[in-house]
Design a protein around this ligand. Structure first.
Ligand code: PMP
Length: 424
């Protein structure tokens, strides 16, 4: 574990923070045990803490920083917007421009609405799916994460097809009783659940690649069969691409796998690192949103000018610089070398991932949530701390994805691989 001395300022800040902010953090996953480092600044592939330690960052704010931190092109776009003011409460040309760009990359999106977070995006998409179909139930995937609103905060049940039970105090069971769950990568169980509930089933919502426990990849044909199943049963398919959007490709997982859902949610990258969310879909569905339709949704900060300006700069840069080609080949290289290391060390671990997402599972290759749970969490946490002490910041849990950014140099990658070799 990294020595107490080098993290003393962070430790002190944590003691103070705990008296003011529950758990000392603004979002639970940040509460690294025994205490998190508090960040002072970040540039490119590096993040620096209060004690002056510098780490190569593979957490990347849990995905958004696909170009690395503090990217000059994004910063310039934000600065230019700041000069014109940063909140109007009126529509802007900027949001129309970003809407046009996003729609051009996502075959499922004819129209979209901007919100401020991924949570809002999935909350609104599910309300819209229910309003459009006039049905109540939806199916989510066990271990799939769609933000922190009531309907999706449902524990993965031990039974394969259990009804939802709230995952948090403060959520009445009534609020999640329409949330059904199915295991990832099991089309048979999904088929049974869809057919049994089809009369009151609005949608299936899925992260096409399970990014919040992994990454866990879809088995060949799974997404295609899910598309067919939902279509045949007249149930909407929602791809939650908050992580995969603009990460796997410009058109996200739907472009990467060639499977087109009815609705899509985006977040993270599409705001260039500023708060944003998007939900979009077919025209006939989207036109049911207020004020054109009777499904209500609203937000003071929706389409916030700096987020949208940063998003335009991000999307254009990704496209013009063909960033995904380099990112994905770096991902391939990383996974190949990590697999060799794991094999050479004779470890019963699995290197998993896709494009610029990767992870070592401390266990066998998982295909669903229940299998991921079998991995050695404690062993992973100890490994995380060894990596941190070696100057590499991975997401602090076995259940979070590592991301690569365009700012990671060959030298960063080699240093990181050396650290893996030393610390595994
Ligand atoms: N959906 C997915 C797939 C996510 O990964 C997340 C956040 N990790 C969300 C929704 C919620 O996004 P936000 O944290 O911006 O509310």
């Amino acid at each position: 574990m990294i020595s107490e001395v080098t993290l003393e300022k962070s430790r002190q800040m944590y003691e103070k923070a705990k008296t003011l902010i529950p758990g000392g953090v603004s979002s639970p996953v940040r509460a690294i045990k025994p205490y998190p480092f508090y960040t002072a600044s970040a540039d490119g592939s590096k993040i620096r803490d209060l004690d002056g330690n510098e780490y190569i960052d593979y957490c990347l704010a849990y995905g958004p920083a696909v170009l690395g931190h503090n990217h000059p092109v994004i910063k310039e776009a934000i600065k230019q917007q700041l000069d014109k003011g940063w909140l109007y409460g009126t529509p802007t040309e900027l949001e129309v421009n970003l809407a046009e760009k996003v729609a051009s990359y996502y075959p499922s999106i004819d129209m979209l609405r901007f919100v401020s977070t991924g949570t809002e995006a999935t909350m609104s998409a599910l309300r819209l799916a229910r309003g459009f179909t006039r049905r109540n139930k939806f199916i989510k995937i066990e271990g799939g994460f769609h933000g922190a609103h009531d309907a999706v905060l449902v524990k993965a049940g031990s039974g394969a097809t259990t009804l939802g039970e709230p995952d948090s105090l403060g959520i009445p069971a009534d609020f999640t009783k329409h949330t059904l769950q199915a295991p990832y990568n099991d089309i048979e169980i999904m088929t049974g659940l869809v057919e049994k509930n089809r009369d009151d089933l609005a949608a299936v919502i899925i992260e096409p690649v399970l990014g919040n426990i992994g990454p866990v990849l879809p088995l060949p044909g799974y997404l295609e069969e899910l598309r067919k199943l939902t279509e045949e049963n007249d149930v909407l398919l929602i791809f939650d691409e908050v992580i995969t959007g603009f990460r796997l490709a410009m058109g996200g997982a739907q472009e990467y796998f060639g499977v087109v859902p009815d609705m899509t949610t985006l977040g993270k990258i599409v705001g260039g690192g500023l708060p944003i969310g998007v939900f979009g879909g077919k025209r006939e569905i989207m036109e049911m949103i207020a004020p054109s339709g009777a499904v209500y949704q609203a937000g003071t900060f929706s389409g916030s000018p700096c987020s949208v300006a940063a998003g335009i700069a991000m999307v254009d840069y990704l496209k013009e610089e063909r960033v995904h080609e380099k990112l994905n080949s770096t991902g391939d290289y990383m996974r190949a070398v990590l697999s060799e290391i794991v094999e050479d060390e004779g470890l019963a671990y699995n290197v998993c991932g896709i494009a610029s997402m990767f992870k070592i599972f401390f266990g066998d290759e998982p295909h669903n949530y229940q299998e991921v749970l079998k991995c050695d969490k404690e062993g992973y946490l100890a490994f995380f701390h060894r990596m941190l002490a070696s100057g590499v910041f991975l997401p602090p849990s076995q259940f979070e994805t590592n991301f690569i950014s365009a700012a990671h140099s060959d030298e960063d990658i080699e240093k990181t691989l050396e650290a893996y070799m030393e610390n595994l």
